[in-house]
Design a binder for this molecule. Structure first.
Ligand code: BTN
Length: 238
């Protein structure tokens, strides 16, 4: 694993996509100052102060897309949930891309694939994580949000968090790529508090469905009203 620090960048994901050929597999590019952070569905990822972490993981597992790559977001969620749990309790994964603590968002993931001439150049897994922030700043975000320092009452060392995360992430990454979602499913399910609750899911085309989230399948989809969902956004869960 290699890590590179950028003092300021518009978006670590945009930067990694543009410069993917410069970097090797298993590289983490991070910054504490992102001027145009991007979220899913063309949302912005608001910068909430210099003591938070914005990073992108560059992965180059092969030049052809494999099914397991669709589950890398879930793998990343699990690794984040595990490390956050070493700091605080009530950590959960909001399928498929978010981590919540006490029902408030603490981290979000934006996974993007980069192609050139129909060849997969790599995957860019962007992670924004609220490590240290003021309550008043978080209240300006348009959804319930929290940060690790607010949950623990302690300042979180960004470099420590990053190096621990990187270590844990790549400790099991090769095994995951080889064996797929099924190999992390049991651990993943421990953080899925939305199971057996009623959720409203929005598909990427905007269509919304309400129903009980019955199970996570062996390939990482969720089943609602008998239908398998591989992507989308859970809007409510109770
Ligand atoms: C989401 O919750 O919608 C995903 C947010 C992802 C934000 C991170 S911050 C680092 C990386 N660079 C970006 O522009 N976005 C991701």
């Amino acid at each position: 694993m290699k890590t590179y620090y950028l003092e300021e960048i518009n978006s670590t994901n945009s930067y990694c996509k543009e410069n993917i050929e410069t970097y090797s597999d298993k590289t983490i590019i991070y910054t504490f100052h992102q001027t145009n952070g991007r979220g899913r569905f063309n949302r912005t990822w608001t910068e909430i102060g210099k003591d938070n972490l914005y990073m992108s993981i560059i992965l180059k597992p092969s030049d052809k897309y494999k099914q397991v790559y669709a589950n890398i977001t879930q793998y990343t969620c699990l690794k984040l949930a595990e490390i956050i749990k070493t700091y605080t309790t009530n950590v959960e994964i909001k399928w498929p891309n978010d981590i919540l603590v006490n029902k408030k968002k603490i981290s979000g993931i934006l996974a993007e694939a980069v192609y050139k001439n129909e060849k997969l150049k790599g995957l860019v897994i962007g992670v924004g994580i609220n490590l240290n922030s003021e309550k008043s700043t978080l209240e300006k975000i348009n959804q319930p949000a929290t940060s690790l320092n607010l949950e623990t009452g302690k300042f979180v060392d960004k470099q420590n968090f990053l190096s621990e995360f990187g270590k844990q992430y790549f400790n099991t990454y090769d095994k995951f790529i080889e064996n797929g979602f099924i190999s992390i499913k049991d651990d993943y399910l421990k953080y899925c508090k939305f199971l057996n609750t009623t959720v409203k899911i929005q598909e990427n085309n905007g269509e919304k469905t309400v129903g009980k989230a019955k199970e996570v399948t062996d390939d990482g989809a969720i089943i609602i009203n008998g239908k398998k969902y591989y992507s989308g956004d859970i809007l409510i869960s109770n």
